[in-house]
Design a binder for this molecule. Structure first.
Ligand code: ADP
Length: 663
């Protein structure tokens, strides 16, 4: 062994071989001084310590595996020399002058001379840095897997579980010991076993499965909704040797989804129902809708609305509507009475919600039934909500029942309270509407009565006037007055006749007597007569002369013509003509009466055909009762025809009516 250029080299044949070894080797003499080292050692240390000057270790610095600095004497070679026993397997961190480090394993061997005396120590350093890094990576990975909230499982291609983390323990209820070595089938519900085959098939073909939502079985046999991601596990050569599964518990997500769907459904019910009841003006209809919707919303088995009224027998709380049960089920048992359970609702004292009414202290206190009468619907869960009008009166109560206990929640209370107040508004409206309808009916009755009562005296006045007229000398001044009086009486008669018609229409008693006639002829005759009394306007008829025969009540059709032409003249005070057209279209005879008067706003086009409606504009100063168009419309519709208007305010109007031509 010689030293060249300050560098220790191993020079004999064995030493040459050692020098070329990829493993670091160095030699210390009995005093611990390094006398030789190979190239690999110098590379590992990052330095070339001069021969005979450095003791035990050639590294710049050394630390124990747990990071504590090591003195040269603590080196495995030194301890071997001291004890005479080789200290192997020491893990040491060595630091190079440039600060980089490596993990090394020491393997010291005592050297003996020919006489058996100790001549020194050969220490072999094995660089285990790569292995260490791998280990720490593995440890990190294992820690991640263990601490994951998702169940992470690995299994062979035969489905045998090879790893099982804490989350898997929690999710499926099996401990790691219980799970490893068993088949994954233990967590798969029977009806989903085919899923596993499909998944394994995909894995074999090097494909994974991502976020597959399915159900798995807990040790306690309950089903857990999970989202599954499965990936193939490959060996170093890339062969698929198993599968890793990540299972995420999605019960909460599913619950949230269900909750959301539940809310959406409730909202939908509330929305459509809210609209329906606000449009409904029929009390019975509103109550049925409210009862049905709320029974559905609460999941109640039975729902009912009881009116806070006495019926003709003097029984309180008349049953109005029912959902989920037949009326007979109640009627057989008689009306619910003024019991401790019922009373608070009808006194408007607030909501009553009881998980088990049969255990409620208020229950069973009232004779004769002392609780639910025999044969009554089996109510255990009970909820009652008063429906209170705007003026504070309790209209009634919504009552719900379910044969199981604890079915109604605070959420239901809130829902039903909302619905109940909405229902109260609709019921108030319906009540008002009912009152208006009643008053309207009274008014109609009055019109019928009044027009009848007026008809007789007016007819006799007309008769007397005729007698007086005849008995007066020819050119007497009074003759003119009588004529005027007769004219006014005739106007009055036609007003009374119109009122009588209205009354007949309302009661469905407007008689029609049909016959065949030519509408053109009737139009010409009527217009000719009208022209005599409406001299302010020129009435013209445009007609191609072709007969248009219809089967209708001639007198009533004439009434329509007179009405429309008179209106055309009446509502065009500044104009001087009215154009009338008759033509045929699609099997109908159509009459158009055009004026150049005040016109009608679009908004009023429908309303002018309703009873007693008069447009609130200059037309209001022109006398009329607002029933002419109503009667015309009725007459035309009764003939399976149609009456309509084209008009713009200030631009004149054209009224059209069409009647089917005789087949
Ligand atoms: P009345 O003429 O007695 O008021 P009608 O039922 O015949 O009753 O007409 C209803 C309303 O329609 C009238 O009050 C008027 O406002 C409007 N109307 C009818 N005909 C015309 C028309 N030709 N031009 C403008 N407005 C009209």
């Amino acid at each position: 062994m010689t030293s060249t250029q300050g560098k220790v080299a191993i020079t004999d044949t064995a030493s040459v071989q050692i020098n070329s070894l990829p493993i670091a080797v160095y030699i210390c003499n009995t005093n611990g001084y390094i006398t030789a080292y190979n190239t690999a050692a110098a590379k590992l240390w990052g330095t070339q310590p001069p021969a005979g000057k450095t003791k035990w270790c050639g590294a710049h610095r050394a630390y124990s595996a747990n990071g504590l600095p090591l003195m040269p004497e603590q080196n495995a070679a030194a301890r071997t020399m001291l004890t005479g026993v080789a200290v192997t397997g020491d893990e040491v961190i060595i630091e190079r002058p440039d600060g980089t480090t490596s993990y090394v394993l020491h393997h010291p061997v005592i050297m003996y001379g020919e006489g058996g005396e100790i001549t020194g120590i050969t220490n072999t350093l094995i660089d285990i840095t790569a292995q260490k890094q791998n280990e720490s990576k593995q440890a990190m990975l294992a820690a991640i897997v263990q601490s994951s909230d998702d169940a992470i499982i690995s299994k062979t291609l035969d489905g045998i579980i090879t790893s099982w983390n804490q989350a898997a323990e929690k999710l499926f209820g099996y401990t790691e010991q219980e799970a490893i070595g068993r088949s994954i089938i233990m967590v798969i519900p029977y009806d989903r076993l085919s899923e596993e085959e499909l998944i394994i098939d995909r894995v074999r073909n090097n494909m994974g499965v991502e976020h597959f939502e399915t159900l798995r079985k807990h040790k306690n046999r309950t089903l857990i909704p999970i989202s599954l991601t499965v990936s193939p596990i490959k060996d170093s050569k890339g062969n698929v040797i198993g599968a890793s599964k990540i299972a995420r518990d999605i019960s909460r997500q599913k619950q949230a989804e269900e909750q959301l769907q539940h809310y959406a459904k409730n909202l939908e019910i509330l929305n459509s129902f809210g609209k329906e009841i606000s449009e409904d003006l029929d009390v019975q209809g509103i109550l049925q809708k409210v009862t049905d919707a709320t029974t559905q919303l609460t999941g109640a088995k039975f729902g009912a609305f009881f009116y806070n009224k006495l019926n003709e027998n003097g029984e309180a709380y008349m049953l109005y509507t029912l959902s989920g049960a037949t009326k007979e089920a109640f009627e057989k048992l008689g009306m619910p009475r003024n019991t401790a359970v019922f009373k608070p609702t009808f006194k408007g004292e607030g909501i009553i919600r009881v998980n088990d009414i049969t255990k409620d202290p208020r229950y069973g206190n009232n004779a004769p039934h002392n609780g639910m009468p025999t044969g009554h619907l089996p109510v255990v869960s009970y909820m009652a909500v008063p429906v209170i009008s705007k003026d504070g009166t309790v209209i009634g109560g919504l009552l719900y029942g379910h044969p199981e206990a604890g079915k109604f929640t605070h959420e239901h209370e809130l829902l039903i309270t909302g619905v109940a107040s909405q229902a109260a508004v609709s019921l108030d409206n319906a009540k008002l509407y009912e009152e208006v309808r009643m008053l309207n009916a009274k008014k109609d009755e009055f019109i019928g009565l009044a027009s009848h009562e007026l008809k007789t005296p007016v007819t006799s006045i007309n008769g007397y006037l005729q007698i007086i007229e005849r008995s007066l000398p020819g050119n007497d001044r009074n003759t003119a007055f009588i004529a005027k009086a007769r004219m006014q009486v005739s106007k009055l008669s036609s007003l009374i006749a119109d009122l009588l018609d209205v009354s007949k229409i309302i009661t469905g008693q407007l008689p029609l007597s049909h016959s065949d006639f030519d509408l053109g002829e009737l139009l010409a005759e009527s217009v000719e007569i009208l022209q005599q009394t409406h001299i302010s306007h020129t009435l013209t008829i445009e007609d191609n002369g072709k007969p248009l025969t219809i089967n209708a009540d001639q007198q009533r059709v004439e009434q329509v013509i007179i009405n429309l032409v008179s209106n055309a003249v009446k509502y065009s005070p500044d104009a001087s003509k009215v154009n009338i057209k008759l033509f045929e279209r699609d099997g109908y005879a159509v009459v158009a009466i055009q004026d150049f008067g005040i016109g009608i706003d679009q908004d009023d086009h429908e309303r002018i055909f309703s009873r007693f409606y008069r447009v609130d504009n200059i037309a209001a100063h022109i006398s009329g009762l607002g029933i002419g168009l109503y009667i015309c419309n009725e007459i035309i519709s009764r003939h399976k025809g149609r009456l309509w208007v084209h008009s713009e305010l200030g631009q004149g109007s054209t009224f059209y009516f069409e009647l089917p031509l005789r087949a």
